[in-house]
Design a protein around this ligand. Structure first.
Ligand SMILES: C[S@@+](CC[C@H](N)C(=O)[O-])C[C@H]1O[C@@H](n2cnc3c(N)ncnc32)[C@H](O)[C@@H]1O
Length: 421
Protein backbone atom coordinates (compact mmCIF):
# COMPACT_ATOMS: atom_id res chain seq x y z
CA UNK A 1 0.00 0.00 0.00
CA UNK A 2 1.35 3.47 -0.83
CA UNK A 3 0.90 6.35 1.63
CA UNK A 4 1.11 10.03 0.91
CA UNK A 5 0.70 11.35 4.42
CA UNK A 6 2.95 14.30 5.35
CA UNK A 7 4.02 14.50 9.00
CA UNK A 8 6.45 16.41 11.23
CA UNK A 9 9.05 14.22 12.93
CA UNK A 10 12.15 14.40 15.09
CA UNK A 11 14.87 11.79 14.44
CA UNK A 12 15.75 9.88 17.62
CA UNK A 13 18.43 7.39 16.55
CA UNK A 14 20.24 5.83 13.62
CA UNK A 15 19.16 2.27 12.79
CA UNK A 16 21.45 -0.59 11.78
CA UNK A 17 20.86 0.09 8.09
CA UNK A 18 21.98 3.72 8.50
CA UNK A 19 18.52 5.30 8.29
CA UNK A 20 17.41 7.78 10.94
CA UNK A 21 14.46 6.52 13.00
CA UNK A 22 11.64 8.74 14.28
CA UNK A 23 8.33 7.77 15.90
CA UNK A 24 4.88 8.49 14.54
CA UNK A 25 1.79 7.37 16.47
CA UNK A 26 3.98 4.82 18.30
CA UNK A 27 5.39 3.30 15.10
CA UNK A 28 8.94 3.73 13.75
CA UNK A 29 9.47 5.85 10.65
CA UNK A 30 12.69 5.15 8.74
CA UNK A 31 14.23 8.25 7.20
CA UNK A 32 17.28 7.76 4.95
CA UNK A 33 20.02 10.43 5.09
CA UNK A 34 18.77 11.95 8.35
CA UNK A 35 20.69 12.55 11.61
CA UNK A 36 19.76 12.37 15.28
CA UNK A 37 17.94 15.56 16.33
CA UNK A 38 16.80 16.50 12.81
CA UNK A 39 13.34 18.08 12.91
CA UNK A 40 11.81 17.37 9.52
CA UNK A 41 8.68 17.36 7.44
CA UNK A 42 8.48 13.95 5.83
CA UNK A 43 6.17 11.98 3.60
CA UNK A 44 5.30 8.43 4.66
CA UNK A 45 5.56 6.23 1.60
CA UNK A 46 5.11 2.51 2.31
CA UNK A 47 4.83 0.21 5.34
CA UNK A 48 8.21 -1.04 6.56
CA UNK A 49 9.25 -3.19 9.56
CA UNK A 50 6.13 -2.58 11.66
CA UNK A 51 6.26 1.13 10.80
CA UNK A 52 6.75 3.29 7.74
CA UNK A 53 9.34 4.20 5.17
CA UNK A 54 9.58 7.98 5.07
CA UNK A 55 11.24 10.58 2.86
CA UNK A 56 12.36 13.97 4.16
CA UNK A 57 10.78 16.74 2.13
CA UNK A 58 11.81 19.68 4.30
CA UNK A 59 14.45 20.21 6.98
CA UNK A 60 12.84 22.35 9.68
CA UNK A 61 15.88 22.27 11.99
CA UNK A 62 19.07 20.27 11.58
CA UNK A 63 20.22 18.09 14.46
CA UNK A 64 23.71 18.24 15.93
CA UNK A 65 26.44 16.04 14.55
CA UNK A 66 25.76 16.74 10.92
CA UNK A 67 28.54 17.20 8.38
CA UNK A 68 28.52 18.52 4.85
CA UNK A 69 28.28 15.49 2.50
CA UNK A 70 31.30 15.55 0.18
CA UNK A 71 29.54 13.97 -2.84
CA UNK A 72 27.05 15.83 -5.04
CA UNK A 73 24.91 12.66 -5.40
CA UNK A 74 24.53 12.06 -1.69
CA UNK A 75 20.90 11.95 -0.67
CA UNK A 76 19.77 10.15 -3.82
CA UNK A 77 22.45 7.63 -4.65
CA UNK A 78 22.13 4.29 -2.87
CA UNK A 79 25.93 3.83 -2.90
CA UNK A 80 26.40 5.81 0.35
CA UNK A 81 24.15 6.30 3.38
CA UNK A 82 26.22 8.13 6.01
CA UNK A 83 28.15 11.01 4.42
CA UNK A 84 26.10 13.53 6.37
CA UNK A 85 27.42 12.55 9.81
CA UNK A 86 30.31 14.22 11.69
CA UNK A 87 33.24 11.82 12.33
CA UNK A 88 32.41 10.90 15.96
CA UNK A 89 28.69 10.46 15.20
CA UNK A 90 29.61 8.45 12.10
CA UNK A 91 31.83 6.16 14.16
CA UNK A 92 29.18 5.47 16.78
CA UNK A 93 26.48 4.96 14.11
CA UNK A 94 28.75 2.40 12.47
CA UNK A 95 29.41 0.51 15.70
CA UNK A 96 25.92 0.76 17.16
CA UNK A 97 24.53 -2.21 15.21
CA UNK A 98 27.45 -4.40 16.31
CA UNK A 99 27.08 -3.31 19.94
CA UNK A 100 23.34 -4.06 19.92
CA UNK A 101 23.82 -7.40 18.17
CA UNK A 102 26.33 -8.50 20.85
CA UNK A 103 24.16 -7.30 23.73
CA UNK A 104 21.21 -9.20 22.25
CA UNK A 105 23.15 -12.47 22.62
CA UNK A 106 24.48 -11.44 26.08
CA UNK A 107 28.06 -10.77 24.96
CA UNK A 108 29.85 -7.83 26.60
CA UNK A 109 30.32 -5.16 23.90
CA UNK A 110 33.47 -4.05 25.78
CA UNK A 111 35.38 -6.47 23.51
CA UNK A 112 34.83 -4.11 20.56
CA UNK A 113 38.03 -2.29 19.57
CA UNK A 114 38.08 1.19 17.99
CA UNK A 115 36.95 1.35 14.36
CA UNK A 116 39.84 0.82 11.93
CA UNK A 117 39.45 3.39 9.17
CA UNK A 118 40.57 3.03 5.55
CA UNK A 119 40.47 5.44 2.64
CA UNK A 120 37.33 5.05 0.52
CA UNK A 121 38.68 3.14 -2.52
CA UNK A 122 36.59 0.25 -3.70
CA UNK A 123 38.08 -2.12 -6.21
CA UNK A 124 34.78 -3.80 -6.96
CA UNK A 125 31.32 -2.41 -7.60
CA UNK A 126 28.06 -3.34 -9.26
CA UNK A 127 26.65 -0.51 -11.35
CA UNK A 128 23.34 -0.30 -13.17
CA UNK A 129 23.24 0.62 -16.89
CA UNK A 130 20.14 2.04 -18.55
CA UNK A 131 19.38 3.10 -22.12
CA UNK A 132 16.22 5.23 -22.31
CA UNK A 133 13.61 4.57 -24.99
CA UNK A 134 13.81 8.17 -26.12
CA UNK A 135 16.95 8.49 -28.32
CA UNK A 136 17.32 12.14 -27.26
CA UNK A 137 17.84 11.11 -23.64
CA UNK A 138 21.36 10.11 -22.56
CA UNK A 139 22.08 6.70 -21.02
CA UNK A 140 22.67 6.31 -17.31
CA UNK A 141 25.39 4.47 -15.39
CA UNK A 142 25.52 4.36 -11.61
CA UNK A 143 24.27 2.91 -8.35
CA UNK A 144 20.53 2.50 -7.80
CA UNK A 145 18.67 5.03 -5.71
CA UNK A 146 18.24 4.21 -2.06
CA UNK A 147 15.22 1.83 -1.82
CA UNK A 148 14.29 2.46 -5.46
CA UNK A 149 15.10 0.90 -8.82
CA UNK A 150 16.04 4.20 -10.51
CA UNK A 151 19.71 4.54 -11.54
CA UNK A 152 21.56 7.65 -10.36
CA UNK A 153 23.73 8.77 -13.28
CA UNK A 154 27.13 9.18 -11.62
CA UNK A 155 29.04 12.34 -12.45
CA UNK A 156 31.39 11.75 -9.56
CA UNK A 157 32.02 8.94 -7.09
CA UNK A 158 34.24 9.26 -4.04
CA UNK A 159 34.23 5.58 -3.13
CA UNK A 160 35.30 3.89 -6.38
CA UNK A 161 38.92 3.47 -7.42
CA UNK A 162 39.46 5.97 -10.23
CA UNK A 163 39.86 3.42 -13.10
CA UNK A 164 36.49 1.86 -12.16
CA UNK A 165 34.81 5.26 -12.28
CA UNK A 166 36.47 5.95 -15.65
CA UNK A 167 35.12 2.62 -16.93
CA UNK A 168 31.63 3.70 -15.88
CA UNK A 169 32.05 6.83 -18.03
CA UNK A 170 33.27 4.75 -20.97
CA UNK A 171 30.29 2.40 -20.63
CA UNK A 172 27.92 5.37 -20.67
CA UNK A 173 29.43 6.71 -23.90
CA UNK A 174 28.75 3.36 -25.60
CA UNK A 175 25.39 2.56 -24.08
CA UNK A 176 23.48 2.92 -27.35
CA UNK A 177 25.63 0.17 -28.88
CA UNK A 178 25.47 -2.06 -25.79
CA UNK A 179 21.76 -2.06 -24.95
CA UNK A 180 18.48 -1.99 -26.84
CA UNK A 181 16.17 1.03 -26.25
CA UNK A 182 14.45 0.92 -22.86
CA UNK A 183 16.62 -1.89 -21.50
CA UNK A 184 18.92 -2.17 -18.50
CA UNK A 185 21.93 -4.26 -17.47
CA UNK A 186 24.24 -4.68 -14.49
CA UNK A 187 27.98 -4.18 -14.73
CA UNK A 188 30.20 -5.85 -12.12
CA UNK A 189 33.57 -4.15 -12.15
CA UNK A 190 36.47 -5.80 -10.35
CA UNK A 191 40.02 -4.52 -10.33
CA UNK A 192 42.14 -7.65 -10.12
CA UNK A 193 45.94 -7.89 -10.11
CA UNK A 194 45.79 -8.34 -13.91
CA UNK A 195 43.58 -5.29 -14.48
CA UNK A 196 39.84 -4.74 -14.59
CA UNK A 197 37.48 -7.65 -15.09
CA UNK A 198 34.07 -6.59 -16.42
CA UNK A 199 31.03 -8.87 -16.06
CA UNK A 200 27.87 -7.63 -17.75
CA UNK A 201 24.55 -9.18 -16.78
CA UNK A 202 21.61 -8.62 -19.09
CA UNK A 203 18.32 -10.24 -20.05
CA UNK A 204 19.46 -10.20 -23.69
CA UNK A 205 22.34 -11.67 -25.67
CA UNK A 206 24.82 -9.07 -26.98
CA UNK A 207 24.18 -8.01 -30.59
CA UNK A 208 26.92 -7.49 -33.18
CA UNK A 209 27.12 -3.77 -32.37
CA UNK A 210 27.59 -4.58 -28.68
CA UNK A 211 30.37 -7.06 -29.42
CA UNK A 212 32.22 -4.45 -31.50
CA UNK A 213 31.69 -1.77 -28.86
CA UNK A 214 32.99 -4.06 -26.12
CA UNK A 215 36.12 -4.95 -28.08
CA UNK A 216 36.83 -1.22 -28.50
CA UNK A 217 36.02 -0.58 -24.82
CA UNK A 218 38.44 -3.32 -23.75
CA UNK A 219 41.29 -1.71 -25.67
CA UNK A 220 40.43 1.86 -24.65
CA UNK A 221 40.20 1.06 -20.90
CA UNK A 222 42.88 -1.66 -20.99
CA UNK A 223 40.44 -4.19 -19.54
CA UNK A 224 41.76 -7.66 -18.76
CA UNK A 225 38.51 -9.45 -19.65
CA UNK A 226 34.85 -8.91 -20.53
CA UNK A 227 32.19 -11.58 -19.96
CA UNK A 228 28.49 -11.24 -20.83
CA UNK A 229 26.02 -13.18 -18.70
CA UNK A 230 22.42 -13.65 -19.85
CA UNK A 231 19.71 -16.33 -19.49
CA UNK A 232 21.32 -17.87 -22.61
CA UNK A 233 24.55 -18.52 -20.70
CA UNK A 234 27.92 -16.99 -19.98
CA UNK A 235 29.68 -15.62 -23.04
CA UNK A 236 33.37 -14.65 -22.90
CA UNK A 237 33.65 -11.50 -25.04
CA UNK A 238 37.36 -10.72 -24.78
CA UNK A 239 40.22 -11.93 -22.64
CA UNK A 240 43.17 -9.65 -23.28
CA UNK A 241 45.23 -11.42 -20.62
CA UNK A 242 44.65 -14.09 -17.96
CA UNK A 243 42.85 -12.67 -14.93
CA UNK A 244 44.31 -13.48 -11.51
CA UNK A 245 45.01 -12.34 -7.96
CA UNK A 246 48.40 -12.73 -6.33
CA UNK A 247 48.06 -14.26 -2.88
CA UNK A 248 51.34 -14.31 -0.92
CA UNK A 249 53.21 -15.05 -4.14
CA UNK A 250 50.67 -17.64 -5.38
CA UNK A 251 48.90 -16.75 -8.63
CA UNK A 252 45.19 -17.56 -8.23
CA UNK A 253 43.06 -17.47 -11.42
CA UNK A 254 40.07 -15.11 -10.97
CA UNK A 255 36.78 -16.64 -12.21
CA UNK A 256 34.20 -14.14 -13.54
CA UNK A 257 32.11 -12.78 -10.65
CA UNK A 258 34.28 -14.41 -7.94
CA UNK A 259 34.44 -12.83 -4.49
CA UNK A 260 37.05 -10.21 -3.62
CA UNK A 261 37.15 -8.03 -0.49
CA UNK A 262 35.83 -4.65 -1.64
CA UNK A 263 38.83 -2.57 -0.56
CA UNK A 264 42.47 -3.56 -0.89
CA UNK A 265 43.56 -1.70 2.25
CA UNK A 266 40.71 -3.19 4.31
CA UNK A 267 41.75 -6.62 3.06
CA UNK A 268 45.32 -5.92 4.23
CA UNK A 269 44.01 -5.18 7.75
CA UNK A 270 41.86 -8.32 7.68
CA UNK A 271 44.87 -10.45 6.69
CA UNK A 272 47.05 -8.85 9.38
CA UNK A 273 44.43 -9.53 12.08
CA UNK A 274 43.79 -13.08 10.88
CA UNK A 275 47.53 -13.88 10.91
CA UNK A 276 47.86 -12.32 14.39
CA UNK A 277 44.80 -14.17 15.68
CA UNK A 278 45.81 -17.62 14.41
CA UNK A 279 49.45 -17.13 15.45
CA UNK A 280 51.64 -20.17 14.81
CA UNK A 281 48.88 -22.74 15.34
CA UNK A 282 49.04 -25.23 12.48
CA UNK A 283 47.67 -27.15 10.73
CA UNK A 284 44.85 -24.67 10.28
CA UNK A 285 41.69 -24.31 8.24
CA UNK A 286 40.52 -21.48 5.99
CA UNK A 287 36.74 -22.03 5.75
CA UNK A 288 34.78 -20.13 3.08
CA UNK A 289 38.19 -19.50 1.56
CA UNK A 290 37.14 -17.60 -1.59
CA UNK A 291 40.35 -17.14 -3.55
CA UNK A 292 42.51 -17.76 -0.50
CA UNK A 293 43.28 -14.27 0.80
CA UNK A 294 43.77 -15.73 4.29
CA UNK A 295 44.75 -19.31 3.49
CA UNK A 296 47.79 -18.48 1.36
CA UNK A 297 48.99 -15.81 3.80
CA UNK A 298 48.75 -18.32 6.66
CA UNK A 299 50.52 -21.04 4.64
CA UNK A 300 53.92 -19.39 5.22
CA UNK A 301 53.90 -20.76 8.78
CA UNK A 302 52.69 -24.34 8.16
CA UNK A 303 50.02 -26.61 6.63
CA UNK A 304 46.71 -25.06 5.58
CA UNK A 305 43.50 -26.68 4.35
CA UNK A 306 41.27 -24.34 2.31
CA UNK A 307 37.56 -25.12 1.95
CA UNK A 308 35.36 -23.26 -0.53
CA UNK A 309 31.87 -23.97 -1.86
CA UNK A 310 31.97 -22.30 -5.26
CA UNK A 311 33.17 -24.76 -7.88
CA UNK A 312 35.17 -22.31 -9.97
CA UNK A 313 36.80 -20.63 -6.96
CA UNK A 314 37.75 -24.04 -5.53
CA UNK A 315 39.28 -25.00 -8.88
CA UNK A 316 41.23 -21.71 -8.95
CA UNK A 317 42.55 -22.47 -5.45
CA UNK A 318 43.56 -25.98 -6.53
CA UNK A 319 45.42 -24.58 -9.56
CA UNK A 320 47.27 -22.04 -7.39
CA UNK A 321 48.09 -24.58 -4.68
CA UNK A 322 49.49 -27.14 -7.12
CA UNK A 323 53.09 -26.04 -6.61
CA UNK A 324 52.80 -25.20 -2.92
CA UNK A 325 53.77 -27.73 -0.29
CA UNK A 326 51.37 -27.85 2.64
CA UNK A 327 48.32 -26.26 1.00
CA UNK A 328 45.34 -28.52 0.33
CA UNK A 329 41.98 -27.53 -1.13
CA UNK A 330 38.49 -29.00 -0.80
CA UNK A 331 35.28 -28.00 -2.53
CA UNK A 332 32.47 -28.38 -0.04
CA UNK A 333 29.14 -26.79 0.82
CA UNK A 334 29.75 -25.85 4.45
CA UNK A 335 26.10 -24.91 5.05
CA UNK A 336 24.66 -28.28 3.99
CA UNK A 337 27.66 -30.40 4.76
CA UNK A 338 29.83 -28.73 7.43
CA UNK A 339 33.16 -30.27 8.43
CA UNK A 340 32.18 -32.44 11.42
CA UNK A 341 33.88 -32.01 14.79
CA UNK A 342 35.78 -35.32 14.34
CA UNK A 343 37.35 -33.97 11.12
CA UNK A 344 38.16 -30.69 12.89
CA UNK A 345 40.15 -32.63 15.53
CA UNK A 346 43.20 -32.69 13.23
CA UNK A 347 43.46 -28.88 13.20
CA UNK A 348 44.82 -26.44 15.78
CA UNK A 349 43.01 -23.35 14.46
CA UNK A 350 40.44 -22.13 11.93
CA UNK A 351 39.44 -18.91 10.24
CA UNK A 352 35.95 -18.67 8.74
CA UNK A 353 34.58 -15.88 6.56
CA UNK A 354 31.06 -16.81 5.44
CA UNK A 355 28.58 -14.87 3.29
CA UNK A 356 26.10 -12.52 5.03
CA UNK A 357 23.93 -15.45 6.20
CA UNK A 358 26.75 -16.54 8.52
CA UNK A 359 28.04 -20.04 9.25
CA UNK A 360 25.41 -21.52 11.59
CA UNK A 361 25.98 -25.23 10.84
CA UNK A 362 29.77 -25.01 10.61
CA UNK A 363 29.96 -23.02 13.85
CA UNK A 364 27.95 -25.74 15.59
CA UNK A 365 30.70 -28.23 14.71
CA UNK A 366 33.51 -25.78 15.61
CA UNK A 367 31.90 -25.24 19.03
CA UNK A 368 31.93 -29.02 19.66
CA UNK A 369 35.49 -29.51 18.38
CA UNK A 370 38.83 -29.47 20.17
CA UNK A 371 40.12 -26.55 18.05
CA UNK A 372 41.91 -24.01 20.28
CA UNK A 373 41.65 -20.81 18.23
CA UNK A 374 38.98 -19.56 15.85
CA UNK A 375 39.04 -16.29 13.92
CA UNK A 376 35.69 -15.14 12.56
CA UNK A 377 35.50 -12.64 9.70
CA UNK A 378 32.08 -11.23 8.94
CA UNK A 379 30.28 -8.47 7.09
CA UNK A 380 27.06 -8.92 9.07
CA UNK A 381 26.97 -8.08 12.81
CA UNK A 382 23.64 -9.91 13.33
CA UNK A 383 24.74 -13.31 12.01
CA UNK A 384 28.19 -12.79 13.51
CA UNK A 385 26.63 -12.31 16.97
CA UNK A 386 24.52 -15.44 16.56
CA UNK A 387 27.61 -17.46 15.55
CA UNK A 388 29.72 -15.90 18.34
CA UNK A 389 27.13 -16.92 20.95
CA UNK A 390 27.35 -20.54 19.74
CA UNK A 391 31.15 -20.57 19.97
CA UNK A 392 31.02 -19.08 23.47
CA UNK A 393 28.43 -21.68 24.54
CA UNK A 394 30.90 -24.29 23.25
CA UNK A 395 33.63 -23.07 25.60
CA UNK A 396 35.37 -20.33 23.59
CA UNK A 397 36.23 -16.93 25.06
CA UNK A 398 35.72 -13.95 22.78
CA UNK A 399 39.00 -12.06 23.12
CA UNK A 400 38.21 -9.05 20.93
CA UNK A 401 36.30 -7.80 17.95
CA UNK A 402 38.03 -5.51 15.47
CA UNK A 403 35.60 -3.45 13.38
CA UNK A 404 36.94 -2.29 10.01
CA UNK A 405 35.34 0.45 7.92
CA UNK A 406 35.71 -1.44 4.65
CA UNK A 407 32.51 0.04 3.17
CA UNK A 408 33.14 3.71 3.88
CA UNK A 409 29.99 5.90 4.17
CA UNK A 410 27.67 2.89 4.05
CA UNK A 411 25.91 1.14 6.94
CA UNK A 412 27.96 -2.00 6.30
CA UNK A 413 30.71 -3.02 8.70
CA UNK A 414 33.47 -5.62 8.38
CA UNK A 415 34.46 -7.47 11.56
CA UNK A 416 37.32 -9.73 12.65
CA UNK A 417 36.85 -11.54 15.96
CA UNK A 418 39.28 -13.71 17.89
CA UNK A 419 38.06 -16.67 19.95
CA UNK A 420 40.24 -18.88 22.14
CA UNK A 421 39.60 -21.83 24.42
C1 LIG B 1 32.75 -13.43 2.23
S1 LIG B 1 33.48 -14.48 1.03
C2 LIG B 1 35.06 -14.73 1.77
C3 LIG B 1 36.15 -15.13 0.83
C4 LIG B 1 37.59 -15.01 1.33
N1 LIG B 1 37.74 -15.37 2.72
C5 LIG B 1 38.17 -13.63 1.08
O1 LIG B 1 38.54 -12.95 2.04
O2 LIG B 1 38.26 -13.22 -0.09
C6 LIG B 1 32.57 -15.93 1.30
C7 LIG B 1 33.01 -17.11 0.45
O3 LIG B 1 32.23 -18.23 0.86
C8 LIG B 1 31.83 -18.97 -0.28
N2 LIG B 1 30.60 -19.69 0.10
C9 LIG B 1 29.33 -19.22 0.10
N3 LIG B 1 28.48 -20.15 0.56
C10 LIG B 1 29.25 -21.24 0.87
C11 LIG B 1 28.95 -22.51 1.40
N4 LIG B 1 27.69 -22.86 1.68
N5 LIG B 1 29.95 -23.38 1.59
C12 LIG B 1 31.23 -23.04 1.31
N6 LIG B 1 31.58 -21.83 0.79
C13 LIG B 1 30.60 -20.93 0.58
C14 LIG B 1 31.67 -17.95 -1.38
O4 LIG B 1 31.81 -18.54 -2.64
C15 LIG B 1 32.79 -16.96 -1.03
O5 LIG B 1 33.96 -17.30 -1.72
Amino acid sequence: MTYKQVVELRVQRIGIDGDGIAQWCGDPVYLPFSAVGDHVRAVLTVRRGGGYQGRVIEMLAAGEGRARPPCRHFGRCGGCALQHLAPDVYQSAKLDGLRKALVRVRVDPGVIQPLRRVKPARRRARLGLMRPRDPRQPGKVGFREHFRHEIVDLKQCLVLEEPLFALGEALRSRIAQLLSPGSTAEASLTRTDAGIDLLLTSAEKPGLGALEALAALGAECDLARIVWLSPFGEMPIIERRPVYMIRSGARVPFPPGAFLQASESAEAILIEEVIGGIGLRRPALDLYAGLGSFGFALADAGPMHLVEGDERSALALTTAARHLAGVTVEQRDLARDPLPSEALASYAAAVFDPPRAGAASQVEALAQSSIEAVVAVSCNPATFARDAAKLIAGGFRLDRVIPIDQFVWTQHLEIVALFYR
